[in-house]
Design a protein around this ligand. Structure first.
Ligand SMILES: C[S@@+](CC[C@H](N)C(=O)[O-])C[C@H]1O[C@@H](n2cnc3c(N)ncnc32)[C@H](O)[C@@H]1O
Ligand SMILES: Nc1nc2[nH]cc(C(=O)O)c2c(=O)[nH]1
Ligand code: SF4
Ligand SMILES: [Mg+2]
Length: 242
């Protein structure tokens, strides 16, 4: 099976998170996840609620749809999910995008390796902190960074940790200490992914951002790090497809 289960294709928009925040990009969101994070902002990718909307697409048809939406107004595509790392078939999509001089970013949690990781231009690994209720398999994560290092891909890779509380910060410290060479991003957790209306959400998230900044500024174990909110939630709140 070389088709990709796709739930959303959208853009151009800005990359709202992490290592290339602000970058003009398109998004391809795949269906299915091996995790079920307590605070997942994309639950519809794995909780069955959008089952009917899953499109089994060839790499060609994904590229066609991207061109329909973005025409010549993009040169960067972010693949997210769900967990796209569950899918061998992403390889073909990366090939087509690169053949058309389009850069490719990936969002994944670091629970699975795929050989095509070494082709990703902006690879974000986002292990989940205690507040998510998920458990990191450290041997899998070690192996991922081992392989990326072997293939000299560490300069294309970042870690991004969502932080809701002190325990999460502690988890982030542990990660940063374990992989000190990897570009490190701390991201504000959005604790209400259902809330409607943009202004209220933005003001709540800016308060959380201020809290996270304060925490990191006074923490000697988190120095070579970046602290960011989700830019797209500040602009568009919990809206889907932006
Ligand atoms: C929806 S996930 C999909 C990719 C992959 N499954 C992962 O978790 O990395 C994309 C990014 O959104 C982050 N995220 C999910 N829910 C969030 C929330 N409520 N607040 C802040 N970030 C969140 C994840 O941690 C991840 O970095
Ligand atoms: N604008 C925007 N930026 C994002 N960065 C990561 C996203 C994701 O859901 O993976 C995302 C998203 O859904 N929209
Ligand atoms: S790993 Fe990502 S998509 Fe899966 S449940 Fe967690 S945040 Fe959601
Ligand atoms: Mg998102």
């Amino acid at each position: 099976m070389n088709k990709v289960p796709v739930l959303e294709i959208f853009g151009p928009t800005i990359q709202g998170e992490g290592m290339v925040v602000g970058r003009k990009t398109m998004f391809v969101r795949t269906a299915g996840c091996d995790y079920s994070c307590a605070w997942c902002d994309s639950k519809f990718t794995w909780d069955g609620s959008a089952k009917e909307d899953i499109n089994m697409m060839t790499a060609d048809s994904v590229f066609q749809r991207l061109k329909e939406l973005g025409d010549n107004q993009f040169d960067h595509v972010t693949i997210s999910g769900g967990n796209p790392a569950l899918l061998k078939s992403i390889d073909g999509l990366i090939e087509i995008l690169h053949a058309n001089e389009i850069e490719v970013a990936l969002e994944t949690q670091g629970s699975r390796w795929q050989d095509w990781f070494v082709k990703i231009d902006d690879l974000t690994i986002s292990p989940k902190p205690p507040s998510s209720k998920m458990k990191t398999d450290w041997s899998v994560l070690d192996d991922i960074f081992e392989q990326l290092k072997e293939h000299q891909r560490l300069n294309h890779t970042s870690l991004k940790i969502v932080v809701f509380d002190q325990e999460d910060l502690h988890f982030a410290e542990e990660l940063h200490q374990r992989y000190p060479a990897i570009a490190f991003y701390l991201q504000v957790g959005n604790e209400d992914v259902e809330e409607a209306g943009t202004d209220q959400i933005a003001s709540r998230l800016l308060n959380s951002y201020q809290w996270l900044i304060d925490q990191v500024m006074s923490n000697g174990r988190l120095n070579r790090v970046h602290v960011l909110p989700q830019l797209h939630t500040l602009v568009w709140g919990n809206k889907r497809g932006v």
